[in-house]
Design a protein around this ligand. Structure first.
Ligand code: FMN
Length: 357
């Protein structure tokens, strides 16, 4: 039986326990230059001090057009490396490995940042019609992800995570709802996974065997079986670690897997773990708020690591409370960190602890 306090080695990176801090973007921390700011550095330092076994730095754009909005961190040029290096140094100071999530929004591109593009023509959530990428643009985009990974390595990251879920570009290639292509990037599982798999293969080639490559992949879009086969393509290409979350809204078919201990999204990770057990570590995420929630998953061998967002936003020392016992400030589950009310990423639980964000 594994315990939450047990270390786990993923590729060559040792996580000192089974708790990971999930990627959580800070919309108002970066300037238009996409550089990490002192707010980012403090934020991640505090979370490294708080005891998480791995920090996954938030969705970071691989091109200016791939940002959520103008105030969003990027790794599309070398001038962005020094700020990122300060984040990795702050985490390593506390013996905490750190990887960074790389992303492009694709069909949902913010018109202030760049054109909406994706695998196929698609009406996006801003109500505009995204254009289908040419093969040449797809190859260039794969290159942008690899270049960003090389910059991440230069900045001292132990690895990267591809953002392959939540409806962004890599997810858009996987889902048949958006990907209507009839060339080598559309149709079969192998073809729909090709964009992500090509990126993984090239990162492995250029960043080396020891560089941790993770993907936060989609667990059901449209269904679990298809997404497990997609993940198999990522593993074949060299992916070391799968974190599983939801896709573009279609998780209904997975609802049968939820239990009174964990919800549908988390259940997708449990199903992936059943499939990949002993081959590739798998992480579960979503609505894990108490030490008991977390211990249940690890001690019953339902996943290899648990990924926590809001619980660690509310209290960076929540991992320590899980690992060692003791008090913590619980997440209020108000979603102010995601949706306001005033600006993004304001957490009343953190205010209660006296933190000014
Ligand atoms: C403020 C905020 C920002 C987020 N940003 C990202 C992100 O950059 N990348 C990502 O994959 N998920 C992101 N998410 C989703 C979380 O990583 C996580 O999957 C989700 O919050 C569910 O986990 P939780 O119940 O532990 O909060 C974000 C969530 C929140 C609350």
């Amino acid at each position: 039986m594994a315990f939450v306090t047990d270390p786990i080695t993923i590729n060559k990176t040792v996580l000192k326990n089974r708790i990971t801090f999930a990627p959580t973007v800070k919309f108002d921390y970066a300037g238009e230059d996409g550089k990490a700011t002192s707010k980012h550095i403090e934020h991640y330092k505090e979370r490294a001090m708080g005891g998480a076994g791995l920090i996954v730095v938030e969705a970071t754009a691989v091109t200016p057009g791939g940002r959520f909005g103008k105030n969003h961190m990027g790794l599309w040029e070398d001038s962005q490396i020094p700020g990122q290096r300060e984040i990795t140094e702050a985490c390593h100071e506390y013996d905490t490995p750190v990887i960074i999530q790389l992303n492009h929004v694709g069909v949902g591109a913010n018109p202030e940042c760049g054109p909406a593009i994706g695998p196929s023509e698609h009406t996006n959530w801003h109500g505009t019609v995204a254009r289908a990428m040419t093969i040449c643009e797809i190859k260039d985009m794969e290159r942008s992800f690899v270049d960003a990974a090389l910059r991440a390595k230069d900045a001292g990251y132990d690895g990267i995570q591809l953002h392959g879920c939540h409806g962004y570009l890599i997810n858009q290639f996987v889902t048949k709802n958006v990907n209507k292509r009839d060339d080598e990037y559309g149709g079969s599982v192998e073809n729909r996974a090709r964009f992500g798999a090509n990126i993984i293969r090239d990162i492995r080639k250029e960043c080396g065997d020891d560089f941790l490559i993770s993907i936060r992949t989609v667990g059901a879009d449209p269904d679990l079986e298809d997404c497990i086969l997609v993940a198999e393509e990522y593993v074949k290409a060299g992916c070391d670690y799968l974190q599983v979350s939801h896709g573009m809204g279609e998780i209904a078919k997975a609802s049968d897997f939820a239990t009174d201990k964990y919800n549908t999204i988390c259940a997708l990770g449990v199903k992936f773990h059943e499939h990949f057990k002993g081959r590739v570590p798998v992480s579960c995420v979503n609505s894990l708020f108490t030490p008991d929630d977390i211990k249940y998953l690890i001690e019953n061998d339902l996943c290899d690591t648990v990924d926590l967002a809001r619980a660690i936003l509310a209290d960076p020392a929540f991992p320590k409370a899980v690992l060692e016992g003791g008090e913590y400030t619980p997440c209020f589950k108000c979603k102010a960190c995601q949706y306001g009310p005033f600006t993004a990423h304001k957490c009343p639980a953190a205010f209660k602890r006296g933190v000014v964000q």
